[in-house]
Design a binder for this molecule. Structure first.
Ligand code: DLL
Length: 444
C-alpha cells in the first residue's frame, strides 16, 4: 500500500489527535492540567512550597485560564535541584535520563517513565506524519545519540512510525553522504546547519543531493530562517520542516511545521503553551510576540509547570489551512536572553541571518563576534562568500561588502562591521551551530 501524502502530511492514526474538536481539546487539557498539578504538588517539594506560599491549591484550577496564576519554573530551578530534585517518580519507575549542559554552568537532568517515553514517541510519530513521512520512508537520523534528546527522541518516533531508521548519529560527514546515497534515504533528521554542511561536502565529493531520492528534512534544535530554508531547497530540492523542542519539556516533538510551512503546531494535548511578556511575566494575547511558557500536561517523571523557555515567538491566531486544531507558534529566531545592546539599540543575532542570505554571493556560513571596547559592545559579522566571488576582482568583493553591510544595517537599524571570509573559514558543527562568539569579557 502506498501512503498518500498531502500538504497536511501522511496519514497516520496517531494524527487524529491533531484534529480534535476544540471544545474536546480544551476539556482534555483542563483535565490533564488538574491531574499534573495535583501530581507535582503531591510529589515535588519545590512546587508544593511555591503553591503554598501563594495560598494556591491544585483543586482551585477549574479553568485553563487559571494556569496563568501558577508560579513559573526556571532553568535555575533545575540547576539548583540537580540532579533529581524535581522528579515526581521514584527512580524505580524511571526508564531514561537525559542531560543538557547548555552554554553555561551546571548541567540539568531530565527523567522519563515508560509512559513518558511512549508519549514522546507518539508526538514524534505525529511530527513525522505532519512532514509527510510514513512507514515507507528511510530515515537517516543524524541528530546526536546520547545525553542530547535529539537522537533517541527521533529514533523511537521513527521506529514507532514503522519507517526504516538509520541510527547514524552526528558527525563523520563523508560516511553520512555515502549512506544517504547508497541506502536510498528519503528523509533526514539533523540540525539545519549540519545539513548545509552535508550539502557542501556532498558537492565536494561530486554528489548532487538533488539527484538522490531524499525529499524531506526534519530540522531543529537551533534557530534558522525561511531564507535558510530557501537556500536548502535550492541546493538539495528537499522540503525542510522546522521541528521544535527542549529537554526540559520532552526533547524534540513539542512542535512541528506541517506541509503549509507556516508556523509550528504545538502538540497541545501534551504541552500547554502561553506567551508572556519576558519582563513582567504577564500573559500576552495571541499574535503578540513574547516568551514561550510551556506546561507539560502528561509528563509523569518530571512535570514542568509554566516553564520559561526564553524562546521568543507568538501564538498565531488564525487556524491553519491543514485543518489541524492545534495552535501554531511563529518560528523561533531569537531568545529573550541573547539580546545585545549596541550603541543603545537592541540587537538579536538571529536578525542577521535573513539579511545576509538574501544577498547573492554569500554562503550560508556565518558567525557573529562580539567584543567590548571601552565599555561599549561591538559586533562583527563574518560571512563566507563563494569561491567565485572571493577569486573575483577587488571591486567585486567591495561591492558585495557594501551590499551586505547595507542589508544588515537595514535589518538592525545600525551599522555593524562586516567581514567577508573565504569558504571553509568558519568552523562547521555537527550539532547546534555556534553562531555567536562572545569575547566581551576579554575587552577593556
Ligand atoms: O534541542 C531538542 C531538539 C532536538 C529539538 C532535535 C529539535 C530537534 P535542547 O538541547 O534542550 O533540546 O535545546 C533546547 O534549543 O529552548 C531553543 O532555544 C532551541 N531550539 C530547539 N529547537 C528549535 C527550533 C533540543 N526549531 C533549545 N528553532 C530551545 C529555534 C530551537 N530554536
Amino acid at each position: 500500500m502506498t501512503t498518500s501524502v498531502t500538504r497536511a502530511g501522511a496519514f497516520h492514526p496517531a494524527s487524529a489527535l491533531d484534529y480534535l474538536p476544540l471544545a474536546q481539546l480544551r476539556e482534555l487539557q483542563l483535565a490533564r492540567l488538574q491531574a499534573i498539578v495535583t501530581r507535582a504538588y503531591g510529589r515535588v517539594t519545590l512546587f508544593r512550597d511555591r503553591l503554598d506560599q501563594r495560598g494556591l491549591r491544585p483543586e482551585q484550577l477549574t479553568n485553563l485560564t487559571h494556569c496563568a496564576e501558577l508560579p513559573f519554573t526556571e532553568k535555575a530551578d533545575l540547576r539548583d535541584t540537580y540532579p533529581f530534585g524535581l522528579f515526581a517518580s521514584p527512580l524505580s519507575e524511571v526508564v531514561r535520563l537525559h542531560s543538557s549542559s547548555g552554554t553555561t554552568g551546571k548541567p540539568i537532568v531530565v527523567a522519563y517513565t515508560q509512559a513518558d517515553v511512549d508519549v514522546w514517541s507518539s508526538v514524534m510519530v505525529r511530527s513525522f506524519a505532519a512532514c509527510g513521512i510514513s512507514h515507507e520512508d528511510v530515515i537517516q537520523n543524524a541528530y546526536g545519540y546520547g545525553l542530547f534528546t535529539g537522537g533517541l527522541g527521533a529514533h523511537y518516533g521513527a521506529e514507532a512510525l514503522g519507517a526504516a531508521v538509520i541510527p547514524i548519529s552526528g558527525g563523520n560527514t563523508d560516511r553520512q553522504i555515502m549512506v544517504l546515497r547508497d541506502f536510498g534515504v528519503t528523509a533526514i533528521c539533523c540540525t539545519p546547519s549540519y545539513f548545509v554542511h552535508l550539502i557542501e561536502r556532498a558537492r565536494e565529493m561530486g554528489i548532487d543531493l538533488r539527484t538522490l531520492p531524499l525529499r524531506v528534512g526534519v530540522f531543529g534544535a537551533e534557530p534558522w530562517t525561511d531564507a535558510m530554508r530557501a537556500r536548502i531547497h535550492a541546493d538539495s530540492n528537499i522540503r525542510a520542516h522546522d521541528i521544535y523542542g527542549l529537554s526540559e519539556i520532552i526533547g524534540p516533538g513539542v512542535g512541528i511545521e506541517c506541509g503549509e510551512l507556516s508556523g509550528l503546531h504545538i502538540f497541545e494535548d501534551h504541552f500547554y503553551p502561553e506567551i508572556v511578556d519576558p519582563v513582567s511575566g504577564r500573559p500576552l494575547p495571541d499574535g503578540e510576540e513574547g516568551e514561550l511558557v510551556l506546561t507539560t500536561l502528561s509528563k509523569q517523571a518530571m512535570p514542568m509547570i509554566r516553564y520559561r523557555t526564553h524562546d521568543m515567538t507568538a501564538l498565531l491566531p488564525e487556524p491553519c489551512a491543514c485543518g489541524r486544531t492545534l495552535r501554531r507558534i511563529r518560528r523561533i529566531t531569537r531568545r529573550s536572553d541573547d539580546m545585545i545592546i549596541l550603541r543603545g539599540v537592541n540587537v538579536y543575532p538571529g536578525q542577521v541571518e535573513s539579511a545576509l542570505l538574501a544577498v547573492e554571493g554569500t554562503l550560508p556560513h556565518y558567525q557573529i563576534v562580539l567584543t567590548r571596547k571601552k565599555g561599549l559592545d561591538q559586533m562583527e559579522v563574518q560571512v563566507e562568500v563563494t569561491a567565485e566571488v572571493f577569486g573575483d576582482t577587488v571591486g567585486a568583493l567591495e561591492t558585495l561588502h557594501e551590499r551586505l553591510s547595507a542589508a544588515i544595517e537595514t535589518v538592525l537599524g545600525l551599522h555593524v562591521e562586516v567581514r567577508l571570509v573565504e569558504p571553509h573559514t568558519i568552523e562547521r558543527s555537527i550539532g547546534k551551530a555556534k553562531r555567536v562568539i562572545d569575547r566581551r569579557q576579554e575587552g577593556d
